[in-house]
Design a protein around this ligand. Sequence first.
Ligand code: NAI
Ligand SMILES: O=C(O)C(=O)[C@H](O)COP(=O)(O)O
Length: 355
Amino acid sequence: MKRIAIDPKLLGAQHWLAPLGTLVPVMGRHTDPAALADVDALVIRSVTRVDTALMAHTSADFVGTTTIGFDHIDRDLMAQRGIRWTNAPGCNALAVADYVESVMAHWCADQGRAVDSLRVAVIGVGGIGRIVAQRLAAMGCTVMLNDPPRHAAGDLPEHVALADCLAQADVISVHVPLITQGPTPTRDLLGLTELDLLGADQLLISAGRGGAVDNSALRARLQQPNAPRAALDVWHGEPDIMPELWPLAWIATPHIAGHALEGKLRGTWMVAQSLAAHWGVEFSGPSVSEVAAGMLAKPRQARELDWITRAHQIYDVRADDARFRAALDGLTGAALAAAFDQLRDGYPKRREIHD
Ligand SMILES: NC(=O)C1=CN([C@@H]2O[C@H](COP(=O)(O)OP(=O)(O)OC[C@H]3O[C@@H](n4cnc5c(N)ncnc54)[C@H](O)[C@@H]3O)[C@@H](O)[C@H]2O)C=CC1
Ligand SMILES: O=C(O)C(=O)[C@H](O)COP(=O)(O)O
């Protein structure tokens, strides 16, 4: 029987990966490379950095991350070693859109703004950005789209320059991957110059990768009197986040925007299918929605509720923010990093808002 090293926090591994091979739990962020010596495949989350050191002793020829982002995988190494790798595109896109919806519901209530009066800029119009833009447009928002790679490829004629988005939108929602090379890198996409374009009436939502916003610049900006509000789900250097930054955020969460049950399960389900195809074996198992429903029933159907009520009853981001503040208050260094990871690993069960 083949052996599959898995992050023990994967959801659904027993349903979809166990039929393919013997599961060997490893340690997520702290995986010992020696533990991979005799495995055939590695199935991970975003916390496991797949690099030369991790892969030093293994002959595994498959790496799957049950996440959308794949900046934690050294793709050059995968190519050099002939290792097939895959991510799970779109697996938790709906959950991230739920996060944005919940943040905006609370911001509108707080500011006394009607959602259909808002101008919202979506930065990075891929799988997630597209869903966010469609939902907000359906609620009556004026939506501005920024995505230079798609614009350059000719499929986003309505593209708006980043500076115009920052200067004109009420809400700016950032959904770019972490890209460090090439013509349109996203590392520190929002630095001092860009953050200076924002004012006190604006809300910045960051739910892509922490490295896309210069955290030192944001800290400085949020300390100024006309600072915008910031809802931050992702942080530079996770789990070693900047202890001076998070208390300045209006909403602070531990990289859980995508952590609805369906999002996590779908990631495992998608990677298991890729692994089955890689090994040329049949794939079977229950559906994602069956497994999610067995883990947590939805309190109400989304269609029965208006969007503000949904943001309270199905997914309320303020509960995540409250847990974050209570757990991280006063912590620095290793204790802060450990508390950040514990919040993620012990995240409560949550369903996607929409059916
Ligand atoms: N907070 C969380 O829990 C989660 C975070 N993510 C992050 O969100 C990212 C985006 O996810 P998807 O939309 O599904 O990915 P995607 O790959 O479908 O779309 C990314 C989009 O960003 C655009 N882009 C690239 N460089 C850009 C730049 N310099 N400026 C503006 N746009 C740029 C691309 O052209 C593409 O259209 C993931 O790569 C991941 O890092 C994903 C899931 C959950
Ligand atoms: O899908 C992604 O990309 C993400 O950022 C995930 O939601 C992160 O989840 P974990 O894999 O870190 O649990």
